[in-house]
Design a binder for this molecule. Sequence first.
Ligand code: SAM
Length: 327
Amino acid sequence: MLIDNHNRVINYVRLAVTDRCNLRCNYCMPEEGIAFSDRKSLLSIDEMKRLCNILVGQGVDKIRITGGEPFVRKDLMKLLAYITKLEGLKEVSITTNATLIGPHIEQLEDFGINSINVSLDAITPETFHRITRRDQFELVRENLMRLIESEIAVRINFIVLEGQNEEDIYEMLEFQRKHDVRVRFLEEMPFNGGSRNFRNLNWNHRKILEHIRGRYPDFEKLPAPLTSTSVNYKIPGHTGSFGIIPSFSRTFCGSCNRLRVTATGDLITCLYGKPVANLRTTLRSGLHDSFVEEALVRAVGSRAKDGFEAQDQFGPIFGSSMTSIGG
Ligand code: SAM
């Protein structure tokens, strides 16, 4: 079992399978994209399978596949077919912009994917285009509806962006009034690939909640696991629910149970810190799995207490893009 130097059990890994994305969300990347990694430096599917095996052997029971956009990676389904059968892995989930998922939905259900987070920061085609710089709102909406009707649990992640989509907050709540989906409102973070200047955060978790209270005063707090990053609520009579994630305020670090591995094998022990090791080098060195295990144990043995300490310890990484970190 992986236990960090603050006595937190690490059982959840977010694995990015690519740093490429087919959208250009203005809070994530500049319009022209970033310097994407060349193909050879990405972990191969076999390397990822091996890594997942090692992680599960060390007590990881939840893996979330992310990116870039995970479905940009053509061989993604091979990885999913494999890891969804791994004994000991209780949950496989995916974070996606839902543009390319359409042809795979049935197979994802067959694989037994537990949950899918759809990143969607707009409820109208105009706002969607303004934020993502692409015209794919209708496609995303169609795929989202198919996902909601499927066996897979669906959540919508909506980043509250000052001056860009605040008017869609109530519309999103109307959406979960009718549909069985949890809409999670997230604070914007300063990982934008240099696409925008990040000023002080105005729409923090408190302001988001107060804004919601203005229209829906009767919401009730829902119970949540200790390791949950979102505080969740239900509005009486609504089919779905909503949550708020203080991703910039970082109020949840005390129970953080997660590691991140980027598409190039960088191991990140805190979203606000720099990579602490590169696992690709070890995976490709011809060495036994125990060397990868040792690298993981070493990394979790010196984790920052929280995102603020990580930021101080490692120097600000603000300006890097979430497309290479995986969110
Ligand atoms: N392409 C996939 C998607 O859209 O979900 C996975 C990768 S994307 C980088 C993961 C998440 O990071 C998305 O929900 C996106 O909204 C979020 N994200 C990107 N930049 C962000 C920022 N500056 N602040 C907060 N969240 C951000």
